[in-house]
Ligand binder design. Structure first.
Ligand code: SF4
Ligand code: SF4
Length: 499
């Protein structure tokens, strides 16, 4: 157990944890559904591109889509079976709009493909670990789903000193990380050491909120002989699990606005990601399943389930005893940062940490005018002024909202949680961020089109110029050679020419 000096962070709230609904439920396997719908976009960055077609037989762990570009991740078959669809299917996104998806009908054999050979991580170069992690399709499993290999390679660009493993799990209701830490501490410690080797750092802090004493104890026991690892209890205060706030609590330094924690020497990974890294490196197993908490007052038997990627939410909920009546809210993720779930057909993806069926009503139902109490200002861990930002957004004044720091908002929901007028502040911010990002993308595209058009014009002009120059050179050469030839001609033809 660590005894670091902790630093206070501003803002934050204390929502009711409600973790007891599922915290004592051991991780259970979910039986395979009839169909698995595996989306090509399960991570931050570019979607993967399918490398299988309808009718193909696939084996468990086989690559079915390859990553595109630097920030992307491949996708693997969660079990063996037949590809029965390759098209658009309901995405696990609040819009419920369909996304490119590979649908597999499991054959029930669950037969593995040939996997990459196991590696001894401490015998290989750090870059080799990042490469294996990239090939295994591992993304941040705390929710952000950023490709982990990119973050494991940061040691090459930044002077790193600490790897923080995020076991805070500060969102109410979620207990999947807590269960993993309690049930698989040795594997997590092994994964964490592999990650530290890849990053080239000697100091590891595994941070766990104080409301998970059994996880802390299990990890402390598993790491007792590893001098580089410190298990550190952090206060249960939302949003402690935010990467930048956890770093600030432990290291005492603020990450630059819109910057990376690596800029202050720190890389943060989630506990479940550490375990996935271990599986990939030690056994060549790609990321094809994850533990998901299914909870909320609207779930009959809340619990934590090891779920194949692509499993429809409805199948998972059925496995948790089904819904208890009609829930007021269905969410993907926790109640603070989670997204409303539009359709239970949507599949579980690599970043899904929870499915919640809540009995409470969304804040929009009871919205009142702002009374300028400033509670949202006090609660904001990023030092923003939520009431002013939302007022600007209501007037569609995105420039002012941006000026007030909108793009620094981490969408933690603390402001909305404390607002006595139940103003759906985060919804305003998400709407505005979406709009600004779309606008920036359009501007970028416009600039890029302009740049390409200019480059094309320039290239065509250059080609024309070169052609003209070549022609001029040929002419000049001809002029130079003409007299000789005419002399020759004269010589040859003699008087005939001159006559
Ligand atoms: S959602 Fe944004 S504005 Fe609201 S408290 Fe969190 S960081 Fe601050
Ligand atoms: S907490 Fe709500 S009511 Fe109070 S100032 Fe902020 S937006 Fe207005």
């Amino acid at each position: 157990m660590g005894m670091m000096k902790l630093f206070r962070i501003r803002g934050g709230v204390h929502p009711q944890g409600r973790k007891s609904l599922s915290a004592d439920q051991p991780i259970r396997d979910v039986p395979l559904p009839d169909l698995l719908h595996v989306p090509l976009q399960q991570h931050a960055g570019q979607p993967a591109e399918a490398v299988v077609k309808k009718g193909d037989l696939v084996l468990k762990g086989q690559v079915i889509a390859v990553g595109q570009g630097r920030i992307s991740a491949p996708v693997h078959a969660p079990t063996s079976g037949t590809v029965v669809g390759l098209g658009r299917y309901t995405a696990p996104h609040p819009s419920g709009l369909p996304g490119r998806t590979i649908t597999i009908r499991p054959d029930g054999k669950d037969a593995w493909a040939d996997l990459p050979s196991p590696m001894d991580p401490f015998e290989c170069e750090p870059g080799v670990i990042a490469k294996r992690v990239a090939e295994s399709g591992i993304v941040g499993m705390g929710g952000a789903a950023f490709p982990s290999a990119v973050k494991l390679d940061l040691g090459r660009r930044f002077d790193l000193h600490t790897l923080i493993i995020n076991g805070a799990e500060c969102e109410p209701y979620l207990t999947c990380d807590d269960r993993l830490m309690r049930e698989h501490p040795d594997e997590i410690v092994d994964g964490v050491r592999i990650m530290a080797h890849a990053l080239g750092v000697e100091r590891i802090v595994i941070a766990v909120e104080g409301n998970k004493p059994l996880a802390i104890r299990a990890l402390a026991h598993a790491s007792k002989d590893v001098s580089t690892i410190m298990i550190q209890e952090v206060p249960a205060r939302y949003p402690m699990g935010s990467e930048k706030h956890l770093t600030q609590t432990l290291i005492g330094k603020e990450t630059p606005a819109r910057g990376l924690t690596a800029e202050i020497g720190v890389v943060v990974h989630n506990v479940a990601t550490a375990m996935a890294v271990r599986d990939a490196v030690r056994f060549g197993r790609p990321l094809i399943s994850r533990v998901v908490t299914v909870s909320g007052e609207g779930i009959s038997n809340p619990g934590n389930f090891r779920t194949p990627i692509g499993t429809p939410v409805r199948h998972l909920i059925d496995h948790a005893g089904g819904l208890r009546g009609e829930p007021a809210r269905l969410l993907l993720g926790g109640p603070m940062m989670g997204q409303p779930l539009a359709d239970m057909k949507a599949p579980i993806v690599k970043g899904t940490n929870g499915i919640l069926a809540l009995a409470d009503l969304p804040p929009t139902v009871a919205q009142n005018p702002c009374i300028r109490c400033a509670s949202c200002v006090d609660a904001c861990p990023c030092g923003l002024v939520p009431l002013e930002m939302s007022a600007a957004i209501r007037k569609e004044d995105m420039a002012r909202a941006t000026h007030l720091g909108l793009m620094d908002c981490i969408g933690c929901g603390s402001c909305a949680y404390v607002c006595p007028s139940s103003i759906p502040l985060v919804q305003y911010f998400n709407y505005a961020k979406g709009k600004i990002t779309k606008q920036q993308r359009a501007e970028h595209k416009q600039m890029e089109t302009k740049r390409l058009a200019e480059a094309r014009t320039e290239r065509m002009e250059r080609v024309q110029r070169e052609k003209r120059e070549a022609m001029a050179q040929r002419k000049a050469a001809q002029t130079r050679t003409k007299p000789e030839r005419s002399e020759t001609q004269q010589d040859q033809d003699g008087e005939e020419v001159s006559a």
